[in-house]
Design a protein around this ligand. Structure first.
Ligand SMILES: CC(=O)N[C@H]1[C@@H](OP(=O)(O)OP(=O)(O)OC[C@H]2O[C@@H](n3ccc(=O)[nH]c3=O)[C@H](O)[C@@H]2O)O[C@H](CO)[C@@H](O)[C@@H]1O
Length: 370
């Protein structure tokens, strides 16, 4: 019955991973359906969508600066071009469902689909909705949100609370298998650190400082992801400090990890930003965390995510300005060998998880189509 679906969303992993999860879920339920993704030339979708086995169509899209700048004139042109490209795409592909997961690129595709009376569905990952979804909410048929606190931002009659969809492997991954695949020692605690889908300069600096402090002698293992763009610089800086990253036994450094389910499954403790999908994954897997919310995230929504974890006993929160290798070292020392406390934090984390979010979203989509 479902022949063709367009899923538009992009920019950062926070919009793309949910799109891929929904795409895979739809493919499982409707094996004959064709699923097309729409993104831009620049976003992380160019890497992630083809890797997930889906076709990516590209259109132009750009966001307006909040201030009056010359750049906004270029944006007007891009928005018009993106609109035309969306129209052409919808006319050509004739989808019977269009889904938006946020990011500027979702704007024109979902808007014109709604105008053409194609069933439309959007998903919001954060408590405070992004600008694209806020505008689209007036035109679409159904809105899935991840937190009940988001309902108030949208037309009530269209909203359902589903949670953030995550890759099913995040829940099903096996710890021992993961340790083996990542070449980690099962006898020593593992600390996974990363800064969201693009890496975080502040977390990298603190990890560099931590590595300098503890050297390779540590009684725990570090698995640090720098972000693709920061990797070379990170390695270079380590070398400048006389540390050879290739000979480190307890410390592994990676630019990006595609099998994040293994990295999360292997971890006893996670250090990260507090992006919505990261939180959804950590809670689905029941992982304790040290969270450093990104202070510049729109409406400070990462503070909200991090505080929710802290309030429930699942995480320790460190302010971005207060982050240092020394600070991390002292929290890690307190936590990582305190099995009882870690277990309590894990249970708290797990209790916040919504591992069935994807199924709920798929059920809502089917209801909409019927
Ligand atoms: C800077 C910025 O705009 N951040 C926003 C962005 O975060 P960002 O794009 O970082 O997204 P999230 O933290 O929500 O999710 C990161 C995703 O990347 C994955 N991952 C990360 C590193 C890696 O090596 N491999 C890998 O697969 C994680 O497993 C996770 O699935 O979107 C989120 C959801 O809209 C928002 O809450 C964040 O505030």
């Amino acid at each position: 019955m479902l022949k063709k679906v367009i899923i538009a969303g992009g920019g950062t992993g926070g919009h793309i991973y949910p799109a891929i999860a929904i795409g895979r879920g739809l493919k499982n339920r409707f094996p004959d359906a064709e699923i097309l993704f729409v993104g831009t030339e620049r976003g992380l979708e160019n890497d992630l969508v083809p890797k997930a086995g889906f076709t990516l169509k590209k259109i132009r899209a750009k966001g307006f600066k909040r201030k009056l700048t010359l750049d906004n004139l270029i944006t007007i042109k891009e928005v018009i071009m993106g609109g035309i490209e969306s129209l052409i795409l919808l006319k050509k592909e004739k989808p019977d469902l269009v889904i938006g997961t946020g990011g500027y690129v979702a704007g024109p595709v979902v808007f014109f689909a709604a105008l053409f009376n194609i069933p439309t569905f959007i998903h919001e990952q954060n408590v405070k909705p992004g600008v694209t979804n806020r505008i689209l909410s007036r035109f679409v048929d159904k809105i899935a949100v991840s937190f009940s606190d988001s309902i108030k931002y949208f037309p009530q009659e269209k909203v359902v609370v589903t949670g953030n969809p995550i890759r099913p492997e995040i829940v099903s991954a096996d710890r021992m298998k993961a340790l083996k695949e990542l070449d980690l020692d099962p006898e020593k605690p593992v600390i996974l650190s990363f800064g969201g889908s693009q890496g975080a300069r502040r977390i990298n600096e603190a990890m560099m400082d931590l590595i300098e402090r503890i050297g390779d002698e540590s009684s725990f293992q570090l698995f640090h992801i720098t972000g693709q763009k920061n990797y070379e610089e990170f390695i270079q800086k380590l070398e400048n400090k006389g540390i050879n990253p290739r000979t480190l036994g307890n410390i592994k450094i990676r630019p990006y990890v595609y099998d994040m389910h293994n990295a999360i499954a292997a971890a006893d403790l996670v250090i990260s930003r507090a992006g919505a999908i990261t939180i959804a994954e950590l809670t689905a897997a029941g992982k304790p965390a040290i969270l450093v919310p990104l202070p510049t995230a729109a409406d400070r929504h990462q503070d909200y995510n991090a505080n929710l974890m802290k309030k429930n006993g699942a995480a320790v929160v460190v302010k971005d300005w207060d982050l240092s290798g020394e600070k991390l070292h002292s929290i890690i020392r307190d936590l990582v060998f305190d099995r009882e406390r870690l277990q309590k934090m894990s249970a708290a984390s797990k209790s916040l998880g919504k591992p069935d979010a994807l199924d709920r979203i798929l059920d809502e989509i089917i209801l909409l189509l019927n």
